[in-house]
Ligand binder design. Sequence first.
Ligand code: SER
Length: 622
Amino acid sequence: MKSNEIRQKYLDFFESKKHSIISSASIIPENDSTTLFTGSGMQPMVPYLLGEKHPLGTRVANSQKCFRTDDIKDIGDNRHTTFFEMLGNWSLGDYFKAEQIDWIFDFLIKELKFNPNKLYISVYRGNDNFNISKDSEAVELWQNKFKSVGVKAEAVDNAEINGMKNGRIFYYNEKENWWSRTGVPENMPNNELGGPDSEMFWDFGEHLGLHEKSEWKDKPCHPACDCGRFLEIGNNVFMQFIKTSNGFKELKNKNIDFGGGLERIVVAMTDNPDVFLCDLFTSARKEIERLSKTKYGQNENDTKSFRIIMDHIRAAVFLIGDGAHPSNKDQGYFTRRLIRRAVRSAYDLNINSNFTSDVAKIIIDEYSNHYSNLSDKEKVILDEMEKEESKFRKTLKEGLKQFKKRTDITGQEIFNLYQSYGFPIELSFEELDKEKIKYDKIKLKKEFEEYQKKHQELSRTASAGKFKGGLVDSEEKTTKLHTATHLLLAALREVLGDHVIQKGSNITAERLRFDFLHSEKMSSEEKSKVEDLVNEAINKNLEVLCEEMPLEEAKEKGAMGIFESKYGEKVNVYSIGPKDNKFSYEICRGPHVKNTSELGEFKIKKEQSSSSGVRRIKAILK
Ligand code: SER
């Protein structure tokens, strides 16, 4: 069965269970500045999971385009991709656990003909600290399903320590089997939804020896082990709790959030753990084989180059299709990195003239049946590819020479490599690694940013005359309003309470617009208190600092922000105010001003309802 058929089968199956099939949201989130990309199927569904009425009813399903930036540099193994499609179905206060387990099991076993003996399940162990009991209900439901196909399904706890003991269903703690936007229960703010989840795994089998070859070889293998023997193919989230100041409360209207990776399901069906052998890549792979006169899978280095090219060009096609043209910043910078890294890998395969638009065309043809915007935008996508590749190819060879015969590197050189030779800093780091040159990543990154800023200021001065207060100026204004937005969130939490979290944000050069969780209209007293707090912070000339750290650490340190997934790696955390008495502390991608003194006077223009339980503020800087 082909991937395109499997996607359709899933949608048809859930349509037959009375779901409305919706199209994929854009990969670039609308009105949600907290995250650059849509990284899971549920992200665009959040307002409805929180109680807003969905125009199409209480049962919806789709296949969502997703992009995860975390591990661009790790692409090259057999199962990671930056772009993927997530098959999702949601119950918005409609059906719950029994139906979900019944249907998803039937879909895999009856529709896709999965061998039930190779399917494994995980469930939540429960935790007295949160007063949430172990999910024996899910266990029983799964056991009945397995029994119906003649498979014994013992439930086992502590497999991490004691091994699998012939179990089929495994209990794990909240790190594995709890899902909320904000991660584990203790990190969730009040009024946030979450719940236990139950994951499904495919077993590629002991015979491949993946565990013995992995870094976990001294520990027992079990479904949630990372060695690659088991592949997670889907996650059933039982969104049944809301966090309150008195602990977790059961929702009257419980939700289901299911998400499963299309390619992973395909790969499980073929019982071959290499995602890049999925049929969606076949034509692209053959074209790269033809151009490089190299066969896929012959040696480790070439295989890695193939995978990088296939993954990155496909992702770039989807990003450009949704409007992220290659550029120096935000989403466009990822598109640029993807294309340039693909071209760099093609160089290793001796592909020495433009090829990305050929491969892009193949990808468009492969996907445009389901994602028709790709064929609509074909010309733009191919043109952008061609332009970006030509630009980089001009300097690629000279650029590569810069990494040879050196023992160290300065921030200015790293900047020069981007400015003059087109090497994004991340790509330069990779080249340095290849040459075994030692360097201080954090220091170089900081220096790079300083040079970039200086350079931007210079070109700004140069172009100020040309653009008469145009783009550059408005960028400065939005940056100021962005910093003001952080101050606003901190002030709202101070005045209204810790339940206030960001629900959306939209900033233009003229004003900020900020949506946040709060159910009542704000009184004029509350509004002026918030204004005063923000203006006090501005007048204190507080320093704005940015620090990079792993997502887990940021959460532990209490940084605000929407933690879109548990797969996140390094994030930027912006703090405003002194270290020991921060006014604001948020995970964010910037940009921000350096000091609050740059902002001017903050004024709330409007406070109104945005949707149920969500208020909206419009504010300006005078
Ligand atoms: N929200 C869950 C996930 O991203 C299931 O859709 O894994």
